[in-house]
Design a protein around this ligand. Structure first.
Ligand code: CA
Length: 424
């Protein structure tokens, strides 16, 4: 049987070559419809969603002794079955969708129950987020921010080249794409003000990131090898780490971001499996100084994954692209982040979400936040006509897209989108 990543595979469901969801992808999500309002697990194929709860119930996907794994409002139970079950299930779904397999293709009744037009589905948060940690692993991003706030000579803090820096974020406010984002309030103290005040954030920003979804746990006290960490990663999602720069500036000393990042984090509805991204792996930037032994890696743990950001102000008809970059630039890989996360003895859980950190590249148009694109407001970004942005305004709609390109198809992530609502 052909591997589900085989480039020659075709589905009996027509898939446009520009679609994010060919048969070689098969990302997992959670959806419901107006006819059937109970959220359940599906995979995206072309413009449709394949309802895995229906297929499991009909015995076409067998996860025994586990039962009702897909008739659930998150993919956590499925992730808990482990890497062997992930691979076996993906291979079976691929087989069922293949153009030369009549099992589903010729069963009209089953097809009508199991295939849902994506346009008619409501997409939900795909995972129950156990914990959320946000890293800071792009050298270009950390350098840009450092230059703006500390000057060229002290841009990178002394620890940055020795370990993946991170803070523990909030799982409680991770929301799915499409959720509107209320402008946060907080303590503000501009540098020229004598005393802080409390009010709506005036410097609201986005951070373009990828999220890693952890599919297997590690025990408290246990360190991870590169191989073990890799095998715990179920897949990746688009992630927007909404950031209140003015709240952050006043609160972050000495323990790092708190309320500036806690009000919302948006993730895409589709979790693309690590297995589907296999062909797009590559080595990251050379790490000099050589990391300590526990952080050294031999595998190509980065990904050639294109990313872009579009912004549409309320008075604009069409969105404008404001950033185009690539996940491959990250200095610390997701595997190194996970190894480091567990290195003290910190237990990892099924459903943990690790933000990569803002993905910025070496060029100006590759900067993954407005803070960098507008250089802290000194070079406003031109959108259309006389509309410019230093930071986000009410009514702004922001969307990220991510995709890996192969010959004749792409393995994509859909989008993560959010519109800013005025403060309450
Ligand atoms: Ca971040």
């Amino acid at each position: 049987m052909a591997h589900p990543n085989d480039v020659t595979l075709r589905s009996f469901i027509p898939v446009d070559t520009a679609s994010d969801f060919p048969i070689q992808n098969l990302p997992y999500g959670v959806f419901s419809t107006s006819e059937s309002t109970t959220p359940r697990v599906g995979v995206a194929i072309g413009d449709s969603i394949l309802d895995l709860a229906v297929l499991e119930n009909e015995g076409l996907i067998d996860l025994a002794p586990a039962r009702d794994i897909f008739a659930q409002a998150s993919i956590n139970a499925f992730m808990g079955l482990g890497a062997e079950a992930w691979s076996r299930t993906r291979a079976r779904i691929s087989e069922l969708l293949r153009h030369d397999n009549p099992e589903l293709r010729e069963n009209e009744l089953l097809r009508s129950r199991a295939l849902v037009p994506m346009a008619r589905a409501k997409l939900h948060l795909p995972i129950t987020v156990a914990g959320y940690t946000d890293f800071y692993s792009s050298r270009e991003h950390a350098t840009n921010v450092g230059v703006m706030f500390r000057g060229k000579d002290n841009a990178l803090q002394p620890n940055w080249l020795h370990m993946p820096i991170a803070y523990n974020g909030r799982a409680s406010t991770v929301v799915v794409s499409g959720t509107k984002i209320r402008r946060p309030r907080g303590q503000l103290k501009p540098p020229d003000a004598k005393l802080p005040s409390f009010g709506p954030c005036k410097r609201l920003d986005f951070e373009l990131e990828m999220g890693v979804v952890i599919g297997q746990p590690s025990a408290m006290g246990e360190m991870l090898t590169e191989r073990q960490a890799e095998e715990m990663i179920f897949g990746f999602v688009l992630l927007n780490d909404w950031s209140a720069r003015d709240i952050q500036q006043w609160e972050y000393v000495p323990l790092g971001p708190f309320q500036a990042k806690a009000f919302a984090t948006s993730i895409g509805p589709w979790v693309v499996t690590r297995e589907a991204l296999q062909a797009f792996r590559l080595h990251g930037p050379v790490q000099d100084p050589t990391p300590l032994p526990y952080l050294r890696q031999v595998q190509p743990n980065n990904y050639d994954l294109h990313l872009d950001v579009t912004l549409r102000a309320a008075q604009m008809n069409a969105a404008v692209r404001i950033c185009q970059t690539n996940f491959k630039y990250m200095y610390w890989s997701s595997v190194q982040q996970l190894v480091h996360h567990a290195s003290s003895g910190c237990a990892m859980n099924i459903g943990d979400l690790l933000g990569s950190g803002t993905v910025s590249g070496p060029d100006k148009h590759q900067r993954g936040s407005l803070l960098e694109l507008s250089w802290n407001g000194t070079e406003p970004v031109e959108l259309a006509g006389d509309i410019t942005r230093s930071f986000l305004e009410d009514g702004d709609c922001l969307a990220f897209h991510g995709w890996c390109e192969a010959e004749g198809y792409r393995v994509g992530f859909g989008e993560v989108e959010g519109t800013i609502l005025p403060a309450e």
